[in-house]
Design a protein around this ligand. Structure first.
Ligand code: CCH
Length: 301
């Protein structure tokens, strides 16, 4: 066997199942948001990977750069310290797992526990030991923009239009927080259960532009049949980027298909989320991660 097979940080299958069990048991958080850590854990994994640039092969989920101020303090990552804090006891209990593996595995476990698809995931990511390889800010999407922006951001990672729409279906989960992104509210009524409801609501409702107190614009749907207090409670929202999926003809094809066919959405989401988590990660034929340190040691895959 080549030396690369003895990857120092690759945990065994039984070690990983212990970590997965521990992640499952922390998902229920009665005092946090909608009672689950799941949605914010999914966003942590996505933002850790979504910095990838295929032309320069920089960014991506290897490294866990959000532990450093340069990335963790990016306003685009506001609120994700909660996700990292939820996972800290697991890292303490299982020091053999890297942060980069833990953050990505947590999302995969959370999605499955929230009734979503099983997503394939591989260990072996390493953690940066300084902030010298952290990608520049500005690589994550801005919710106030439109279809051109989405393409500019996601094409850079190597995704196509269908994959952009499938990934966006993650907005079935969780909510916007006015003190994090400045947007406010949730996309679906049950934001801790993974499904294709986001696509169905996107098509079904007559979304109205609303200016928030902070001057930001989002889209809302208000059920006029409800009492005013109930309306406040039940108001659902969409970001301008979500509405762009509805209005752009090439994105719209996939909104329609995913709204109709939950199984297709689950299959496509599982494939594209697995791809997201592997961006920028090079593996040898034994699936071990090839990183700059072992390349520097003369390693060849
Ligand atoms: Fe997202 N997302 N996201 N998103 N997102 C937000 C919350 C979540 C955009 C903007 C926002 C993806 C794509 C996009 C989740 C998963 C994914 C928020 C609210 C904004 C704004 C943040 C806050 O205030 O806390 C934009 C723009 C895009 C462009 O495509 C993709 C891709 C994924 C995953 C596959 C999840 C989950 C949340 C909920 C987080 C929570 O804390 O509840």
């Amino acid at each position: 066997k080549s030396s690369s097979s003895d990857h120092p940080s690759a945990p065994s299958a039984s070690q990983l199942s212990q970590v997965a069990a521990a992640i499952k048991s922390l998902l229920r958080q009665p005092d946090y948001d909608d009672g689950s850590a799941g949605p914010v854990l999914v966003r942590l994994a996505w933002h850790s990977a979504g910095t990838y640039c295929k032309d320069t092969n920089t960014g991506g989920s290897n490294g866990a750069g959000m532990r450093y101020e340069a990335e963790g303090g990016d306003p685009a990552n506001a609120g994700l310290q909660h996700a990292r804090a939820f996972l800290e006891p697991i890292k303490a209990q299982f020091p053999f797992i890297t942060y980069a593996d833990l953050w990505t595995l947590a999302a995969v476990v959370a999605i499955r526990e929230m009734d979503g698809p099983q997503i394939s995931w591989k260990p072996g990511r390493t953690d940066f030991t300084d902030d010298s390889r952290i990608p520049p800010r500005g690589r994550l999407p801005d919710g106030s923009k439109g279809a051109d922006h989405l393409r500019w951001i996601f094409y850079r990672m190597g995704f196509n239009d269908q994959e952009i729409v499938a990934l966006s279906g993650a907005h079935n989960l969780g909510r916007c927080h006015s003190d994090r992104s400045g947007f406010e509210g949730k996309w679906v009524n049950n934001p801790t259960r993974f499904s294709n409801t986001y696509f169905r609501l996107l098509k079904m409702h007559d979304w109205k532009k609303k200016e928030l107190a902070n001057g930001m614009e989002q889209f809302v749907y208000v059920d006029e049949d409800l009492e005013p207090e109930e309306q406040e409670e039940e108001t659902l929202m969409m970001l301008p980027t979500d509405i762009a999926l509805l209005e752009d003809p090439s994105f719209r094809v996939w909104v329609d298909r995913y709204a109709e066919d939950k199984d297709l959405f689950f299959r496509d989401f599982a494939a594209v989320f697995a791809k997201l988590l592997e961006l920028g990660i090079r593996r040898d034929k034994d699936e071990n991660v090839v990183n700059e340190e072992n390349l520097a040691d003369g390693y060849r895959s």
